[in-house]
Design a protein around this ligand. Structure first.
Ligand code: GLN
Length: 281
């Protein structure tokens, strides 16, 4: 039997001891998620009442998992991207704020009612957000893995989105034919290098390696996707990639080798070049 106060204090001290940076906020968010109440808004009397036993057990077990390196987002089961809610959990990459840069870039492209394809869609955060934020005629999200697909489909429903979802490997020519022509291709592929993979934060280690690892130099997917998908883009169409820090010149070179021009770099909120886009001649 624990009181709300004891439960909250337990979380705060466990997260602090585990060295979690944002432990005060995380304790509050977990508290709110499991008890459905905002600890800050509770009176002293309320804080000293006994919390529901089942909820307390779940809360304490989530706090333990958090101290063992489970990402907060997986424990909450939901995370926001560009103001929209996305269900997340084991098997799917957690939407990052950096990735909102892709949305800004696509919104700035001057193609009326484009057909858009989102490759390596994962949770669907890019495709679904674009369906809300642009006047696209059609958006198709392509995803290979079961683990991510489960979330992608649920996120389409959660957001009442009208995108089409295609199950397929973006490196397989059959997927290219199944998807057909388009005006804009967006993609946040796996782009971490072998070295990056060896230095992953504990939380990121819990995310699917298939969403992170881009081969020895991190560039495998840019090389293969650009070569394989360029013919399905209309002339004057755009390819828009999220990249890792410092990959812009290599990705620009891949674009040039494949006959693209108007190569542009866009920074994220931390002033890191996060998106490279290019136009098909
Ligand atoms: N942005 C992710 C990270 O830094 C990597 C995601 C990706 O490879 N597309 O962990």
């Amino acid at each position: 039997m624990v009181t709300f106060r004891k439960a909250y204090e337990y979380a705060l001290s466990a997260l602090e001891t585990a060295g979690i940076e944002n432990s005060r906020n995380e304790s509050m968010w977990l508290f709110e998620h499991f008890f459905g109440r905002d600890f800050r808004m509770m009176t002293d009397t309320e804080r000293d009442t006994t919390a529901d036993e089942e909820k307390s057990t779940e809360f304490i077990s989530a706090v333990k998992k958090r101290t063992e390196g489970e990402p907060l987002q997986y424990l909450l089961g939901e995370w926001e991207f560009y103001g929209y809610p996305f269900l997340v959990g084991e098997g799917v990459l957690i939407p990052r704020q950096d990735t909102e840069t892709i949305i800004e870039v696509v919104k700035s492209l001057e193609i009326p009612t484009p057909k858009i394809v989102d490759l390596c869609s994962g949770s669907g955060c890019i495709a679904i957000t674009l369906s809300k934020e642009t006047d696209a005629a059609r958006i198709t999200a392509v995803e290979k893995y079961d683990g991510a697909m489960k979330y992608l489909e649920r996120n389409v429903k959660l957001n009442n989105s009208d995108i089409a979802v295609v199950r397929g490997d973006v490196l397989d020519a059959d997927t290219v034919s199944a998807v057909g022509g388009c005006d804009i291709i967006v993609c946040n592929p796996p782009y971490l290098t072998q070295r990056d993979m060896e230095e992953l934060q504990d939380e990121v280690k819990r995310e699917p390696e298939t969403a992170l690892f881009g081969g020895n130099d991190g560039l495998d997917f840019y090389r293969k996707i650009t070569a394989l998908w360029k013919d399905s883009l209309s002339d004057g169409g755009y390819m828009v990639y999220e990249i890792g820090a410092g990959q812009e010149n290599d990705v620009a070179q891949i674009f040039r080798e494949n006959g693209f021009d108007d190569i542009e770099f866009t920074q994220d909120l931390c002033k890191i070049i996060r998106v490279v886009s290019a136009r098909k001649k």
